[in-house]
Design a protein around this ligand. Structure first.
Ligand code: 5AD
Ligand code: SF4
Length: 484
């Protein structure tokens, strides 16, 4: 593995800056920070690190952006509508900044790695003081501190923050960090949001370069954490009572690629930890969904019977244009191989409709794949042109109405499959892990089956964090309803 690990002294420097920020403001009022997250689980996990670092700096996390001294928006770049939503919300922060002029507004995450978007922020969003891309996350303390120091000096304050500064340069008034050093940082604090389920990143970045996807450009090259670091974290999570741990990576099954380790072997090592818990992972690319992977899953009772295996299109022609590296029949062979070993495996997927030049026939092939694979659930996306990707050069000429009609038909097909699959559970008893409370009428708890299916449950909060057997009473296309 050609991994660049951030050196211990660099991590130590970040830690000393965090301590410095905390200590120099000890006597001031309660300090609050707000972190908002868009996008995928990797971003959720990154936000847990941001919160961990902010707490280390002496901030409490608040859900109220008006009350916060520091507002961090962790953004997603995957589709244009996600981008527009984020930019709209960042624009609206002029009001929080106006109400609290001392507020520092930070934008990070994938959009902060898109040069066109950063240029927009620089020109039209003067209330944003700092942007940095995902690979610079570990430098958050240092970057924030540079902004704080500049602010303190500009305002003629000589606060404690300026004294005994940790040999830090003062930043410019606004900082737009462009850091493409794809490294791995260990040892920074994490503040986990959930008590039962936990994210555990095992690899970062993506080398697949699917032609529509912006991720390889914003998250950089694939690199994997050392197995021992992952195992130590996993043991800690199990000891702390986490019961459902999701191993994360944009391309999780290529863990260890180019080195001596691999994902099935990592999975065996993690599921060998003593305790009552389940391990999931996401996201899988069909090219890495190997027989060895399915065997490792099938052989461990602690590996959840679930795989999220995006297929993106059923048309071999479109799959080639997408640079996916498999055909419809190869994909279906993988599904068959998984089901042969684990007949009860839950299979979920992603599909993109309206890729440039998608014909009626291409679309029919996608419907055919869905009918053959019979997914437990499916996330349907309308193609969105992303700057800098190879597909952005193809003409995106399908009329909106055609895309909408294709979406609708596919959605109906999948809903009928989901309902049929769900209705098979009615009257049965399934083991679920209760992970929190909800507001579904008398169903006040939410839980997940081993396959990851959502089950709304009746019962009291004392069940949270426990595996229970639930009798399933009814369902809809998204979830089951049951009683313990
Ligand atoms: N347009 C539409 N959907 C996309 N996805 C990734 N890039 C794009 C894009 N440019 C979808 C894929 C991926 C999921 C996370 O988002 O289906 O699996
Ligand atoms: Fe969005 Fe992809 Fe970034 Fe996740 S990795 S936040 S899905 S662009």
């Amino acid at each position: 593995m050609k991994n660049t690990l951030v050196t211990e002294s660099e991590i130590e420097k970040q830690k000393s800056i965090m301590r410095h920020i905390r200590d120099t403001a000890r006597d001031s009022a309660l300090r609050l920070a707000y972190v908002d997250t868009y996008g995928c689980q990797q971003n959720e996990s990154d936000s847990e690190k941001l919160r961990g670092m902010l707490r280390e700096m002496g901030y409490e996390i608040t859900p109220d952006e008006f009350a916060a001294e520091i507002v961090v928006i962790n953004t997603c770049a995957i589709r244009e509508n996600a981008e527009n939503r984020v930019l709209g919300n960042i624009g609206a922060l002029v009001h929080t900044k106006k109400a609290k002029p001392s507020q520092i507004i930070v934008m990070c995450g994938c959009l902060a790695g898109v040069p066109e978007t950063v240029a927009k922020i620089r020109e039209s969003y003067a209330h944003v003081s700092l942007t940095f891309p995902p690979n610079a996350l570990w430098r958050f303390p240092e970057l924030l501190y540079a902004v704080m120091l500049r602010r303190a000096l500009d305002e003629g304050r000589d606060p404690a923050i300026c004294r005994a500064a940790a040999e830090m340069p003062v930043g410019p008034r606004r900082m737009f960090v462009d850091d493409d050093r794809a490294a791995i940082a260990e040892g920074l604090p994490t503040h986990r949001d959930m008590q039962v389920r936990a994210w555990l990143p095992v690899m970062y970045g993506c080398d697949n370069f699917c032609s529509y996807c912006i991720v390889p450009y914003v998250r950089g090259r694939e690199r994997s954490r050392e197995r021992e670091d992952i195992l130590e974290e996993a043991r800690g999570l199990v000891a702390a009572g986490y019961k459902d741990i999701t191993l994360l990576g944009q391309n999780v099954n290529s863990y260890g690629a180019g080195g001596s380790d691999n994902f099935p072997s990592l999975l065996r090592a993690i599921t060998a930890i003593e305790g009552e818990f389940l391990i999931r992972f996401m996201t899988s690319h069909p090219k890495d969904a190997s027989a060895e992977l399915f065997e490792a899953m099938a052989q461990s009772g602690r590996a959840a019977r679930h795989i999220h295996l995006p297929f993106q299109s059923g048309s071999d022609r479109i799959l080639a244009l997408m640079n996916r590296g498999y055909t419809q029949s190869e994909y279906l062979e993988k599904v068959a191989a998984a089901r042969k070993l684990m007949p009860d495996i839950s299979l979920t997927s992603d599909v993109i409709i309206g890729f440039p030049g998608e014909t009626d026939d291409d679309y029919e092939q996608t419907l055919r794949l869905i009918e053959a694979a019979r997914f437990d659930s499916l996330f349907i996306f309308i193609y969105s042109k992303r700057p800098g990707t190879p597909a952005a050069k193809l003409e995106d000429n399908l009329p909106k109405e055609v895309k909408a009609a294709r979406f609708e038909r596919l959605n109906n097909l999948q809903n009928s499959i989901s309902v049929e699959k769900h209705s098979r559970f009615i009257g049965k008893t399934v083991r679920v892990l209760v992970d929190g409370q909800t507001n579904e009428g008398s169903y006040t708890l939410k839980s997940r089956t081993n396959g990851g299916r959502l089950v709304h449950l009746t019962g009291g909060p004392e069940l949270i964090g426990r595996f229970v057997d639930a009798g399933i009473t009814h369902c809809n296309s998204w979830s089951l309803f049951g009683e313990p």
